[in-house]
Ligand binder design. Sequence first.
Ligand SMILES: Cc1ncc(C[n+]2csc(CCOP(=O)(O)OP(=O)(O)O)c2C)c(N)n1
Ligand SMILES: [Mg+2]
Length: 626
Amino acid sequence: MKTLKLTTAQALVRFLSAQHVERDGVEHRFFGGCFGIFGHGNVTGVGQALAEHPDLLTYYQARNEQGMVHAAAGYARMRNRLATLACTTSIGPGATNMLTGAAAATINRLPVLLLPGDVFASRRPDPVLQQLETPSRGELSVNDCFQPVSRYWDRIQRPEQLVPSALAAMRVLTNQAETGAVTLALPQDVQTEAFDYPESLFERRVWTIGRPLPDAAAVVRAAEMIRASRRPMIVAGGGLIYSEATDALERLVSRTGIPVGETQAGKGSLRFDLTGAVGAVGATGTLAANKLAAEADLVIGIGTRYSDFTTASKTAFQESGVRFINVNIADFDAHKHAGLALVGDARATLQALDQRLEGWSVDSAYRELISRLRAEWDEEVNRLYHLGHGPLPAQSEVIGAVNELSGPLDVVVCAAGSMPGDLHKLWRTRDPKGYHVEYGFSTMGYEIAGGLGVKMASPDRQVYVMVGDGSYLMMAQELVTAVQEKIKLNVVLVDNQGFASIGALSRSKGTAGFGTRYTYRKDGALGDDSGADEADPLPVDLALNAEGLGAHVIRTHSIEELRDALIAARKIDRTVVIHVPVDRYQGVPDYGSWWEVPVAEVSESPDVRKARQEHERAAARRRWYL
Ligand SMILES: Cc1ncc(C[n+]2csc(CCOP(=O)(O)OP(=O)(O)O)c2C)c(N)n1
Ligand SMILES: [Mg+2]
């Protein structure tokens, strides 16, 4: 057997560079590079290996370890999970900074490879700088925190252990049903230790991503259920887009007339202007989709995990006999809501269903209802895009301006605050990859870092990062990475002086927006957000901050100025931050939906007691779907 004497880190880098995936006959490299921040836990191990062979894996320096995991997840989502980036960190805080990113990736079912450094396997220098000492458990380190947020977790205790661990890691990363964060903790001494690795470990390896079909009898049964239904509705989730099933969906829908509601990850499944597209469904759904959902007798979920936002906390589907058919690559999701499980690839399954539905379509009354609801919704979007609100513009007008002035292939990126809900309702999608809102974990701070990954995966598209002031303050530092890499982002910084979404939620639950606006402490308290008193703004200038991080900044004060800035930004070849203040209290309404957030059962406040009563009334509509 031919062998190659390499350190564990050198072997890992060589192995990663040789991994490919193949789907539908097209092969790609799986790793587009490696983000990293060095410390004593990786600089002489993985750092040495990357420095010695920059030809194997491109190294990208980041500013915050959380940011680099978000960038890797954004990249993976943009590439439909067929590629990702690796992330190397030191031990201790460098490693644990990745935890939030790991959870976000796993919850969103996106592959990212995390390589945190770990304490010496030899234990000779114990306790090394940043080592967690647990008196009762010698083998515990801070990296054990990654176990619940990883789909595969291992610690490489000896150089030769890399062989099975690396292969197991790749299996999970490329497995469409199991993918998420994969963590290989690398003790700092083991990274530098050498072993005679079999050369075959480093040969080009291709991981095939197939298109498995569900059990044939289940497909027959599903077709029967659809044919027997009167008001079927499709709920399109992220899995449909990852499987590149959007053309198959369009064909099925144009023939059968089944309407399509979209989840956050599934938005973009059907172009907004196609017959059958009723847009967002659930807690942040459109009136059209929510009306159809309420009366649907059959819900066909495709690639969705049915989050509480999608089901409006299990109140969206009200028909007494409503049944579910779930097309999903993951058995776990396919069985939700006592559905008929079609465990398989979304595209292959849609094609199989389409064949079995030959000659069948919904009736004309249902078609007419769908087209009327669509037209009404279109009007509502027009109204909210052009409200003419002042003196500060409304957020819906900002969304309208970005939508109207971006190109059909451009990508909007967002994650937390009031914008994801507004975007879900209002954004007009024109391309399956044009809408990128991280709403599995809704991580404040994902926006700029995730947008960086999106642009790295898709350099030919303009990327519009919509970020609230709160999210910006959580994590703006990857702007520096964008500047360093000459990666152009269009960041729209929507400033409403604080956590407007949570302020509105708090007000609606009787707690007056306590602690959600940026204000000075007065009379010992941080004050409320009732909108009653004039804001006394803190002397914080986020536009100046962005300028300091190296971005080209445009300050705007109205929708007209924002539109001019958006046009100007397209021609600027470096990262632009457009600052736009908006009216904190001018929100987009809900459309016949509910989201369960618990309210105190007892309180001295009449407002809270009233909110509790409303909560109980709304909760009475919850269903079990058994
Ligand atoms: C890391 C993190 N912490 C807390 C939250 C809870 N949270 C959701 S939205 C929000 C406020 C977001 O503020 P901003 O980005 O300004 O958006 P706005 O609500 O003003 O639209 C908070 C605190 C979260 N989603 N993520
Ligand atoms: Mg805000």
